[in-house]
Write a protein that binds this ligand. Structure first.
Ligand code: KIV
Ligand code: NA
Length: 264
């Protein structure tokens, strides 16, 4: 099947159709989600707290994310591969952002990158796009700013909606090919989607956006603990793997495994 390109996502917005996005951080999930027809794979900085064992997305580095990105890009045949620029890799200047973006396209084999932040980052987006780096903008609740925002809180409620509409417009105007919004009231998200011509992606942002994204370990029930309200769990991989590992351990201890059929 033909590779998913940015213009296909833009066509979806014009046609009023939807596309799906999931995070992926390595080979098998990239292969499986690609085979399932997921249009966009995100090598999220959520690898920080879903792969590397950190509590937040803040500690993960470019050098840690690049090999994950390369694995996903090599393994996906059709999906568009987007990489997050992690905290600290793009905030200082447009030059810093272009350098980080180049690394993700050159060393990570990503097709596009995502940065968090509002209209303040419009000049950064413009510089990156000029350099040939497609940029997805991430507005609303931006996890890298968790401490500045005072925790995981819905953004763009009531009078605050206009701020996010202005952010989306400025970032799209600067050349962002897509605007992702996280934890935004459905009504605000619909207004943002209507305010820009580019496709939008939502997570905890209702159903008016062109696309939806979830962290795959949440979607497939691999992660334990409390799930955010916006997560729908489509499988229970944690239980499946716990049962498999428990059965294997029991078989080894009891001498049931390996059997003659596993022996030379
Ligand atoms: O890092 C991530 O997984 C993300 C999405 C959930 C939007 O940025
Ligand atoms: Na992210």
């Amino acid at each position: 099947p033909a590779k998913v390109r940015i213009h296909h996502l833009q066509q979806a917005k014009r046609d009023g159709t939807r596309f799906a996005m999931l995070t992926a951080y390595e080979q098998y999930t990239a292969e499986i989600f690609d085979a399932a027809g997921i249009e966009v794979l995100l090598v999220g900085d959520s690898a920080s707290n879903n792969v590397f064992g950190n509590e937040t997305s803040l500690p993960v580095t470019v050098d840690e994310l690049l090999p994950l990105c390369r694995a996903v890009a090599r393994s996906a045949k059709r999906a568009l591969v987007v990489a997050d620029l992690p905290f600290g890799s793009y905030e200082v200047s447009a030059e810093q952002a272009v350098s980080a973006g180049v690394r993700f396209l050159k060393e990570g084999l990503a097709h596009a990158v995502k940065i968090e932040g509002g209209q303040y980052y419009a000049p950064t987006v413009r510089a990156m796009v000029q350099a040939g780096i497609p940029v997805m903008a991430h507005i609303g609740f931006t996890p890298q700013s968790e401490h500045a925002l005072g925790g995981y809180r819905v953004q763009g409620r009531g009078d605050d909606a206009q701020r996010l509409i202005d952010d989306a417009r400025a970032l799209a105007e600067a050349g962002a090919f897509c605007v992702l919004m996280e934890m935004v009231p459905a009504e605000t998200a619909a207004a943002i989607d209507a305010a820009v011509e580019v496709p939008t992606v939502g997570i905890g942002a209702g159903k008016a956006t062109t696309g939806q994204v979830l962290v795959w370990q949440d979607m497939a029930g691999l992660r334990g603990g409390r799930m955010a309200k916006f997560v729908k769990q489509y499988a229970d991989l944690r239980t499946t793997l716990l049962d498999a590992a428990t059965a294997y351990g029991d078989d080894v201890r009891s001498g049931q495994f390996p059997g003659p059929e596993h022996s030379f």
